[in-house]
Design a protein around this ligand. Structure first.
Ligand code: C2E
Ligand code: CA
Ligand code: CA
Ligand code: CA
Length: 272
């Protein structure tokens, strides 16, 4: 019985009749995952393209299911968003990431992804505040990543949350920039400090069209006082190009895959 249930779980297909049953199984498994401590975080380096220094880390969620093995966030976050469970999972992520980073000698920044549902249903400001207080991490070391698809400014309540986070000293990064409809001039009116150029543009390099988008984004973002990060940097050629057009920070497999904290050797309390 368990085997069949697991098989259905992996083949989760929202289109078919199995839907309700599968979703229930996945939902149940997710609720157990929180209780059983099956979630963990990996960290991916963010590199200053001028100095080569690791200035930040993005926390990326993973789920180790006892039978299914490692499940990708893309496979379970959508359902956790639909059921609202992402609010609790998101609070766990905030606490865990801040707790770990505050313990390290390394003094860089930590980027944490939040879902639109955490804006709508959770008390995101309180959750962030609690995670900072509990860990002792200074607010200025925390970046909150939101996505363009959240269409944040369409709801004044969302905008208020962004302002409260920003007033706390937390910085806001717009993730997957270029894939949605927001223009930089419009972002200018929002408390958004960083722009993350989506990896689809970087992956295409060298490509005339991607280069126009990347270079225009960098020029406008920087003139508006925002930092620019490029995601999905996989080759030296991509890195060299991005550095040559003035991109501030790079993130991608070239610099490092998402890794366990211990692999990054940031947990040492004294210099080597
Ligand atoms: P994202 O926030 O855009 O994260 C970047 C994704 O690109 C990550 O996938 C990362 O592993 C992958 N990546 C990084 N560098 C490269 C590269 O050089 N090449 C390629 N091909 N890929 C690269 P991941 O970890 O599977 O996460 C997928 C998505 O799941 C994230 O996209 C984010 O939307 C969501 N997610 C991950 N962790 C969390 C979390 O803690 N909370 C929330 N709400 N969402 C999360
Ligand atoms: Ca992200
Ligand atoms: Ca992204
Ligand atoms: Ca994404």
């Amino acid at each position: 019985v368990a085997q069949t249930a697991q098989a259905r779980l992996v083949r989760y297909e929202p289109e078919h009749g199995q839907k309700i049953r599968d979703r229930r199984l996945l939902d149940l498994a997710l609720r157990q995952a929180l209780k059983r401590d099956e979630f963990y975080l990996l960290y991916q380096p963010q590199i200053d393209l001028k100095s080569g220094e690791m200035v930040g880390l993005e926390a990326l969620l993973r789920w180790r299911h006892p039978e299914l093995g490692i499940v990708s966030p893309a496979d379970f976050i959508p359902l956790a968003e639909e059921t609202g469970l992402i609010v609790q999972i998101g609070e766990w992520i905030l606490h865990e990431a801040c707790r770990q980073v505050a313990q390290w000698r390394w003094q860089g920044r930590i980027s944490i992804n939040v879902s639109a549902v955490q804006f709508q249903q959770g008390n995101l400001v309180a959750a962030v505040h609690n995670a900072l207080v509990a860990s002792g991490l200074p607010p200025h070391r925390l970046d909150i990543e939101i996505t363009e698809s959240m269409n944040i400014a369409s709801d004044p309540a969302n905008l208020e949350i962004l302002h409260q986070l920003s007033d706390m000293g937390v910085r806001i990064a717009m993730d997957d920039f270029g894939t949605g409809y927001s223009s930089l001039s419009y972002l200018h009116s929002l408390p958004i400090h960083k722009i993350k150029i989506d990896q689809s543009f970087v992956r295409n390099l060298p490509n005339a069209q991607s280069e126009v988008i990347i270079e225009t984004t960098i020029i406008m973002a920087q003139r508006l006082g925002k930092t620019v990060i490029a995601e999905g940097v996989e080759t030296k050629q991509q890195r060299d190009y991005l550095a040559s057009v003035g991109c501030d920070v790079g993130q991608g497999y070239l610099f490092g895959r998402p890794s366990f904290a211990i692999e990054l050797a940031l947990d040492q309390t004294s210099a080597a």
